[in-house]
Design a protein around this ligand. Structure first.
Ligand code: CP
Ligand code: NVA
Length: 311
């Protein structure tokens, strides 16, 4: 396993399974009222350049429950905001901390941070990838559908960071994924092409369409994300218009399998990418999906920061 978790694409299938299995152990542990603390005395830095509810809180709680501590950092409160370089920041923080979660804009910044760090760096979201979300979503799908073989997920909306991590994740575990995005908003071609190779090896398919109705026919999982991601606020009005036919609503749900599971990474905007009827309806698992972030992040921290990495 690599030192860092920057994309799902760079994690092999066995290691993904290892993360999902450990995540399940942590979920069971919680249900049984037990706790194990493999990270006593360890410190996690959390450098966030964008807003966060789930990622921030679940990682902070995960670190506490594992016996360690988390230190939340933003550019404003560190010298980064006054022009200290990424490289110097990464080198210094590596001398205090045992791992970092970084949420930033460009994947390049994250890669530079990771290269200059001697400690594991975990991607807490960039413009291009959201691997912790993707891994946690695989966990939820496995938990609810019993596995990935023969499962088909349809993603409607923007070919964004969450879509990229879902594409990479699906291709690694052998799950079919079909995306329907407006023209010009399809996922990154390089990411799709690379994932197609993995998909071929793992016996599954990746399709990118423009027609949402065609995409959702008989699918097992429906997934959507915001139409305007963080950093794209100036395009919001135009995006609402471009994406209006890609909403997950009851008509879309009716075209999928009867027991279709509706997912959303959250935050959600009811009446935009998903209707209130659907997100608050019987097929939706969004809050358990959000809860699962905690167990999968405990697994990620245990494996990347703890002794499991060396094993
Ligand atoms: N899904 C997700 O990553 O949410 P936050 O932006 O609140 O962390
Ligand atoms: N695509 C969204 C995900 C938020 C968790 C964004 O980047 O804002």
């Amino acid at each position: 396993m690599r030192k860092d978790l920057l994309t799902i694409g760079e994690v092999n299938t066995d290691d993904i399974e290892k993360i999902l299995e450990k995540g399940l152990c942590y979920k069971k542990e919680k249900e049984q009222g037990k706790t194990s603390c493999p990270l006593i005395g360890k410190s996690l830095g959390m450098l966030f350049e964008k807003a966060s509810t789930r990622t921030r809180v679940s990682f902070e709680v995960a670190m506490y429950q594992l016996g360690g501590q988390a230190i939340f950092l933003t550019p404003l409160e560190t010298q980064l905001g006054r022009g200290e370089s990424i490289a110097d920041t990464a080198k210094v923080l590596s001398r205090y901390l045992d791992g970092m979660v970084v949420r930033t804009f460009s994947q390049k910044t994250l890669e530079e941070f990771a290269e200059c760090s001697s400690i594991p760096v975990i991607n807490g979201l960039t413009d291009m990838h959201h691997p912790c979300q993707g891994l946690s979503d695989l966990f939820t799908i496995k938990e609810k559908k019993g596995g990935f073989r023969g499962i088909r997920l349809a993603y409607l909306g923007d070919g964004n960071n969450v879509a990229h991590s879902l594409i990479e994740g699906s291709s690694k575990v052998g799950m079919d994924i079909v995306l329907a995005c407006p023209k010009g908003y399809e996922p990154n071609k390089e990411i799709v092409d690379k994932a197609m190779n993995d998909a071929k090896k793992n016996g599954c398919r990746i399709e990118v369409l423009n027609d949402p109705v065609e995409a959702v026919e008989d699918v097992d999982v429906l997934y959507t994300d915001v139409w305007t991601s963080m950093g794209q606020e100036s395009e919001k009005k135009q995006r609402i218009d471009t994406f209006k036919d890609y909403q997950i609503n009851q008509q879309i749900v009716n075209r999928a399998k009867k027991d279709v599971m509706v997912m959303h990474c959250l935050p959600a905007y009811r009446g935009k990418e998903i209707t209130a009827e659907v997100i608050d309806g019987p097929n939706s698992v969004v809050f358990e999906q959000a809860e699962n972030r905690l167990y999968v992040e405990k697994a990620i921290l245990d494996i990347y920061l703890g002794s499991s990495l060396k094993g």
